[in-house]
Design a protein around this ligand. Structure first.
Ligand SMILES: Nc1ncnc2c1ncn2[C@@H]1O[C@H](COP(=O)(O)OP(=O)(O)OP(=O)(O)O)[C@@H](O)[C@H]1O
Ligand SMILES: [Mg+2]
Length: 246
């Protein structure tokens, strides 16, 4: 693949977490660094993952709970540095990764939009220009000057989604979140994702809802216990997934 036609390259990606063993430690063990270190173990969440995604693609990431989907998205978003291997991303990434990503609960919706937009690199003028569209798409006009902590989870996700699509990313990562919105908002989001994809935005979409995966994605990657099990057209990959979890 020509390098100018690649949006995301993942090469030999290994991601490991160090976790402490689930048992009570004695005081002596706690104060002894050496001992403490021996009771930590390494979990390999992603094991030698490689693939490339072209700019115009919409890719579904599927797999059972704990198979590594969110970890992979975090690596692509640049939130997690790879333990080994490489993740290369061409362009700006906007991500909706689980609830709680980004917003500050004590700030109002308006303040959060302005802050998050600025962090994404938009100027105040650009934000002022987009602000109404962001609020209207999210349908939170009445609540926009309330602190985020008073938002329902659906309102929170709607505002997050709206912001994420209005910052005009070249790569858009979505982890689950759509399940929180109501039917009507979900439909609106899917339409919006499809429009963005048509305009050349790369979509990487994680969901357990295979109906949504079929609607949004034209390629699927199946993760199984941290490994890439299958990569290709949605139907055969979904079939393998259903066999795996059966
Ligand atoms: N911060 C962390 N510290 C330790 N282990 C972690 C951490 N994040 C993820 N893991 C482990 O990595 C593995 C993959 O987790 P991940 O969240 O990527 O799975 P997932 O495919 O997104 O699952 P789900 O469908 O439940 O969202 C799991 O074994 C999980 O326990
Ligand atoms: Mg997950």
């Amino acid at each position: 693949m020509e390098s100018s036609r690649v949006a995301v390259v993942v090469e030999g990606l290994i991601e490991e977490f160090s976790i402490s063993e689930d048992r009570a430690l004695s005081l002596k063990e706690v104060i002894s660094r050496f001992r403490l270190a021996r009771h930590r173990k390494t979990v390999r969440a992603l094991d030698d993952i490689s693939f490339e995604i072209a700019p115009e693609e919409s890719v579904g990431l599927i797999g059972a709970n704990g198979s590594g989907k969110s970890t992979l998205l975090r690596c692509i978003a640049g939130i997690l540095p790879p333990t080994r291997g490489n993740v290369l991303v061409a362009g700006s990434v906007s991500s909706l990764i689980e609830l709680g990503a980004g917003f500050h609960s004590e700030l109002t919706g308006r303040e959060n939009v302005l802050l998050a937009g600025a962090l994404f690199g938009l100027t105040r003028a650009q934000l002022d220009e987009k602000f109404d569209a962001i609020v209207d798409f999210a349908e939170v006009r009445e609540e926009i000057d309330q602190p985020i902590r008073s938002y329902s989870s659906g309102m929170y996700v709607r505002l997050g989604f709206s912001l994420a699509v209005h910052v005009e990313p070249s790569i858009f990562l979505i982890d689950e979140v759509l399940a929180v919105g109501d039917e009507n908002f979900q439909r609106k989001c899917i339409r919006r994702i499809a429009e963005m994809n048509e305009l050349g935005v790369t979509i990487i979409f994680v969901s357990h809802d295979l109906g949504l995966i079929r609607k949004v994605c034209r390629r699927c990657i199946l993760l199984h216990e941290g490994r890439l099990a299958e990569d290709g057209e949605p139907e055969p990959v979904i079939k393998t997934y259903l066999q795996l979890i059966d």
